[in-house]
Ligand binder design. Structure first.
Ligand SMILES: CC(C)(COP(=O)(O)OP(=O)(O)OC[C@H]1O[C@@H](n2cnc3c(N)ncnc32)[C@H](O)[C@@H]1OP(=O)(O)O)[C@@H](O)C(=O)NCCC(=O)NCCS
Length: 177
């Protein structure tokens, strides 16, 4: 199953270095604590706050309750956790997972987010999802550009946020074309 698999490495040409995708586990919780602390320091926890950032919370995510589980993945480069990606909603009974992503400030601008997004889309597809949704603050220009580049259609959710959707089979057809 996808969440038990180490996907090896992925190297977007000329951009990100070797990235290994791993389901969040005890040996990567420390690295994720560091990444999330860096977001707090940079003030970006305002844009990305899927859950509490403490170690206890992250350790609990490694041990989901029985039933449909959500997906929590890290991308590791040279032993550093450089990105965090999640797909949630299945554990609450939703068919369409909600995607979240954050890249360590020291690893930005090299295609790491784009690569992690593509990995999360593969995971969602493997789990049988046909769509993915996400929410993004209207002032988060980098994330909005990232999502638009990956085919998300954004619509107003409220005065602060957009709601975005993409169809996974459409993404597959586009990348095969
Ligand atoms: C948004 C974020 C994930 C982008 O990570 P990244 O690894 O730097 O992004 P990538 O290098 O993969 O860039 C992919 C695309 O995103 C867009 N993008 C990334 N950084 C950007 C920036 N500073 N300004 C404008 N667009 C940007 C571009 O479209 C870029 O494609 P291009 O390089 O071909 O122009 C990162 O800035 C981040 O973690 N921000 C804090 C957390 C957050 O806001 N998460 C999203 C919550 S909804």
């Amino acid at each position: 199953m996808a969440s038990d698999t180490v996907f090896g490495t992925f190297t977007p040409p000329g951009r990100a270095a070797r990235l290994a995708y791993r389901p969040l586990a005890d040996d990567t919780v420390g690295g994720l604590v560091d990444l999330l602390a860096a977001l707090v320091t940079s003030g970006e926890a305002r844009a990305f706050h899927p859950h509490a950032f403490d170690r206890h919370t992250l350790e609990a995510l490694c041990r989901p309750a029985a039933g449909p589980r959500d997906e929590y993945w890290v991308a590791v480069e040279d032993r550093q956790v450089v990105a965090y990606g999640l797909l949630r909603g299945w554990s609450e009974g939703y068919e369409v997972p909600s995607l979240g992503i954050a890249v360590h400030p020291s690893a930005r601008g090299r295609g790491v987010a784009r690569s992690m997004m593509e990995h999360l889309h593969d995971v969602a597809r493997d789990r049988g999802a046909i769509r993915v949704r996400l929410k993004v603050y209207r002032d988060n220009a980098a994330a909005i550009r990232l999502y638009a580049a990956l085919g998300y259609r954004l619509e107003p959710l409220n005065d602060r946020e957009f709601l975005g959707f993409t169809e996974l089979d459409r993404l597959e057809k586009e990348s095969a074309a």
